[in-house]
Write a protein that binds this ligand. Structure first.
Ligand SMILES: Cc1ncc(COP(=O)(O)O)c(C=O)c1O
Length: 402
């Protein structure tokens, strides 16, 4: 053994890609206009109210915020999360159907750990959240992307054909509301069709609802989990609504599944931090979280409008993009032959940042795509940021003789 790296497991040697930490590395930069990370705006974070809540918790002499909690979560916070889910989805998870996790990324990890053997097939949307690709790959699963369209999200017809030709996925992972990175949503008809396929073909749907509560209008489509709690595990997060530093999310699903996720969680972190659980419950029950979400939706809607307006003004007409009705992202498609990885690197010299499309696909596609996150760019920087991007694209377009 010459180096400890000779001892790495096969799955570590195979690697899952490290695109996420690359993105996070740029996320802190302040001297450029960054459309990179899918970060909530700090303006939405709780302020003094949270300090008051913490003081109250300590004064009350309740040890639960400071003690280990049951792996599934503390009873009060579990009850609060169930209520929220019931309000959003019209169905309340039973006690045995719910687990509080350390962010939704942990829920995905626990699902992977519970279901995936090497070479198992997982179908995802192409493009999709790259943390999910990494989570499934870390269990040596094969990850296959099915395309989406702007009209209704995941192409269920393509998935059905794939199943017809013998593909046997264990999991189908989808982000049906205001998808990351594509900024599109799954239509009600396709949701019904997907649930039908899951039941007839025997796979589990993993529904990631990270942006479900961040629609720009009150229009909302039934969640897959509410339609089919027998074949869907819903992974949710408080990162985009409360704040990411609290690292809280949930998994709701069939009792037999949740029971195994709880077991799996016993040797990841044993329990999601109880202090955060109690703060969430207190903040939520006092109505602060709902107010915070109202403000956040307004902020992100305004930013999306500004971004769409600026793109219309500055981007060459050969470039197309999605028009999000919620969430943090729009997805750009450039003319054939362009390479967004090169562009992203060059853009840094122009002091503008975005994520190239490649890491969002498991198969190397995405060279001609760009994800722009509008969630954490100051209103007044959006126009200038897009102007810089437009100038960069024009330059390439001309150089490459487009
Ligand atoms: C679709 C999606 N799922 C999950 C996550 C992870 O969220 P959490 O902070 O809860 O782990 C993100 C965060 O960017 C996301 O965009």
């Amino acid at each position: 053994v010459e180096s400890p790296s000779d001892l790495f497991s096969a799955r570590t040697r195979e690697g899952v890609g490290d695109a996420l930490s690359e993105i996070l590395a740029f996320a802190g930069a302040t001297d450029l206009i960054s459309f990179s990370g899918g970060f909530p705006d700090p303006a939405t974070f709780p302020g003094e109210t949270l300090a008051d809540l913490l003081r109250e918790l300590i004064r009350a002499g309740d040890p639960s915020p400071f003690q280990y909690s049951p792996t599934r979560g503390l009873p009060g916070p579990l009850d609060y999360v169930s209520e929220r889910i019931e309000r959003m989805d019209g169905r309340r998870p039973d006690q045995a159907e719910l687990l509080i996790t350390s962010g939704s990324i942990e829920a995905l990890e626990l699902v992977g750990k519970t279901f995936l053997d090497p070479f198992d097939l997982v179908v995802v949307e192409g493009p999709t959240y790259l943390g999910a690709i990494m989570a499934f790959r870390s269990f040596q699963a094969r990850v296959l992307a099915v395309p989406m369209d702007a009209d209704g999200g995941l192409r269920i017809d393509v998935l059905a054909n794939l199943l017809e030709t013998g593909a046997r996925p264990k999991l189908v992972y989808t982000i049906p509301d205001h998808q990351n990175p594509a900024g599109v949503s799954m239509s009600a008809e396709r949701r019904t069709a997907l649930v039908g396929l899951a039941r007839s073909r025997g796979f589990l749907i993993v529904e990631d609802v990270a942006y479900r509560e961040l629609g720009f209008t009150d229009e909302i489509v039934p969640s897959l989990w509410s339609m089919a709690p027998d074949v869907v595990v819903q992974a949710g997060t408080f990162s985009k609504t409360f704040f990411p530093g609290v690292r809280l999310g949930w998994a709701a699903g069939p009792e037999v599944v949740i029971e195994k996720l709880v077991t799996a969680k016993q040797n990841t972190d044993q329990c999601a931090a109880p202090l955060g659980q109690r703060l969430l419950e207190g903040y939520g029950r006092a109505g602060h979280l709902d107010k915070q979400i109202v403000g956040a939706r307004e902020l992100y809607r305004r930013r999306a409008d500004l971004l769409l307006g600026a793109m219309g003004k500055y981007l060459p007409e050969e470039v197309s993009w999605t028009s999000p009705a919620g969430g943090f992202f729009t997805w750009l498609t450039l003319p054939d032959g362009m390479d967004s990885v090169d562009l992203a690197r060059e853009a840094l010299a122009d002091r503008v940042a975005f994520v190239p499309g490649r890491p969002f696909f498991p198969d190397g596609r995405g060279r001609t795509n760009i994800r722009l996150a509008f969630s954490r760019v100051e209103d007044e920087d959006i126009d200038e940021g897009v102007r810089r991007l437009g100038a960069l694209l024009q330059r390439h377009w001309i150089e490459e003789g487009g």
